[in-house]
Design a protein around this ligand. Structure first.
Ligand code: FES
Length: 107
């Protein structure tokens, strides 16, 4: 089990239980809406998140993430929620471009 803390959602804490699943699945299990325009297939970057701390607790980037890194659309401290898996606690933020209009962010 790991804790996902989302700073700009009022420090919302979510539990991630099945760590074989990517972060997007944990958001969905916890009923948190998170943008995922391509349906979680690694074909867009709308599910992007910013890592605040715990970057060492992420598994290695997937091929899709590496492709966006090379294209310059995914920074070193950014991951795709539908791709990235974690093995321990992390702190993240929702970047401006991934915010949903019906949610209230605390930044
Ligand atoms: S939802 Fe499209 S890349 Fe993650």
């Amino acid at each position: 089990m790991a804790i996902i803390l989302i700073e700009n959602l009022d420090n919302l804490k979510l539990e991630a239980n099945d760590l074989s699943q990517p972060l997007l699945k944990h958001f969905q299990t916890n009923h948190l809406d998170w943008m995922h325009a391509c349906g979680g297939k690694g074909r867009c970057t709308t599910c992007k998140l910013k890592v605040v701390s715990g970057i060492a607790h992420f598994e290695l980037p997937t091929d899709a993430e590496e492709r966006y890194r090379r294209q310059g659309t995914l920074a070193k401290d950014e991951r795709l929620a539908c791709q990235a898996k974690i093995n321990s606690d992390i702190v993240i933020r929702v970047p401006e471009e991934s915010k949903l209009p019906h949610l209230r962010y605390s930044d």
